[in-house]
Design a protein around this ligand. Structure first.
Ligand code: IMP
Length: 430
């Protein structure tokens, strides 16, 4: 297998950072293909903690090429800040180790402002966004009024692009009671940051296709989770990009045939940040306990994550929409010590039993979970490195998860430490 896509199979925060880091050691190229700095990936390498939002996880490893694809929306100021922070931690970042798609759309300060203004407007239903301008930036992209990375190279084009965006944004801002945009100040900010971004700009589609032909291994690093996908997620409580595996192709410019293995990252229970339906949510002390044991606080916003039992219906669905070949199951140790565990196996809606999440938001909100109970285990699974280290009931739990979602475990992660991983199937194996 030469090229592997990693996607979150729930609502994000499945523990992708560690798995991507684990796999990136085996890869030559690591590419982000969607989202922006709304993501939060924490890597622990030799006891050093690296916090990444926008840069691909491979950036902290020597000798790897990190790529930001066209499917990403890029905040240039955040990019430069993140690069500086990593350099302070001793990471080497050069145009040979980092490449940014020339056709990626930029997140401007007006996007963040608009995102936050909408979220706080009493008249608009709150999505619970990260407030980073992700949605407004994607809106401008499909509205054909983005400033893209390549536009930074030519002043006349830059002015044209900014003017086109401002016609739209000033009208919107009037409606929201915001001040008109200071065009000259925005242009000055962009001119100042331009060389710091252009240094890394490249025709990423070409680089990736060349790398592929040269037999290099490419790891496509997804952000967020499939239930936040703009088409297949719990709309409108979603992010503004396609998150599922197909986006790895369109978000970088490599054909879908280049994808050899899709690894879905699945947490042993369920969490979600922000608003929106969550059928298996637990608002009782069990939910509280999962949150505390799992340290379920958002990396980007610090918000408390909502917690619930494992929902097999959702994961079965996301494994299908992403064509998942195997899963990495994370945070099993958070379930240590529960006398009994529950898994959601279906929903009840208006007297009917469903084996999938219905599309309409009000139907999603009214789905009540049907649970199956399993015996828990009192022993610790933390740090287990072989199946033999796991209690029998933990193995039973994993096997039942596999059965219900119709997909096998390729990797089992038993702590944040990279070596606390049980390998079943190597996604990169030939
Ligand atoms: P946005 O991506 O900032 O527009 O936020 C839209 C929704 O996606 C909100 O519910 C966020 O909490 C959620 N979201 C965005 N990024 C992440 C992530 O990396 N992990 C988990 N949830 C996220």
């Amino acid at each position: 297998m030469a090229n592997v896509v990693v996607v979150g199979a729930q609502w994000g925060d499945e523990g992708k950072g560690k798995i991507v880091d684990w796999l990136s050691e085996r890869a030559d190229v690591i590419a982000r293909f969607q989202g922006g700095h709304n993501a939060g990936h924490t890597l622990v390498i030799d006891g050093v903690v690296y916090k990444l939002s926008l840069l691909p996880s491979g950036i902290v490893r020597q000798g790897k090429l990190s790529v930001i694809g066209n499917g990403v929306v890029l905040d240039p100021w955040h990019l430069v800040g993140e690069i500086d922070k990593l350099r302070d931690q001793g990471v080497t970042i050069t145009p040979e180790t980092l490449m940014i798609a020339e056709n990626a759309a930029l997140i401007l300060p007006i996007h963040g402002e608009l995102d936050r203004a909408r979220e706080s407007a009493a008249s608009m239903a709150k999505i619970g966004t990260t407030g980073r301008g992700i949605g407004p930036a994607y809106e401008d992209k499909v509205g054909r009024r983005s400033v893209r990375v390549a536009d930074l190279a030519d002043d006349a084009t830059l002015e044209l692009r900014v003017d086109r965006a401002l016609v739209h944004h000033d009208a919107l801002r009037r409606g929201l009671g915001l001040e008109p945009i200071d065009r000259d100040a925005l242009l000055a900010q962009l001119r100042e940051i331009a060389p710091k971004v252009l240094e890394y700009a490249a025709p990423v589609w070409k680089v990736l296709n060349d790398q592929r032909r040269a037999g290099k291994r490419i790891l496509f690093e997804g952000a967020q989770g499939a239930l936040l996908d703009i088409d297949f997620g719990t709309y409108p409580y979603v992010t503004s990009s396609n998150v599922i595996a197909g986006q790895a192709a369109t978000g970088t410019g490599i054909g879908p045939g280049a994808i050899d293995f899709v690894l879905g990252i699945v947490k042993a229970y369920t969490t979600r940040v922000g608003e929106g339906p969550f059928p298996a949510e637990l608002t009782d002390d069990v939910g509280q306990r999962l949150g505390e044991r799992g340290h379920e606080f958002g990396t980007v916003t610090g918000r408390k994550r909502r917690c619930g039992w494992f929902d097999a219906v959702l994961v079965r669905q996301t494994c299908a929409t992403s064509g998942v070949n195997g899963i990495a199951l994370t945070k099993l140790d958070v379930l240590d010590g529960f006398e009994t565990l529950k898994i959601c196996t279906g929903y009840e809606l208006d007297g009917e039993t469903l084996d999938y999440l219905p599309t309409a938001a009000d139907h999603q909100a009214r789905c009540t979970p049907i649970y199956e109970e399993l015996p828990g285990w009192s022993e610790s699974t933390e740090g287990a490195r072989t199946w033999a280290d796991l209690p029998a009931n933990a193995i039973k739990y994993v096997r039942r998860v596999e059965e219900l979602i119709g997909c096998s475990v390729a990797l089992l992660s038993t702590s944040p430490e990279r070596d606390d991983t049980i390998l079943v199937t190597d996604p990169f194996a030939d």
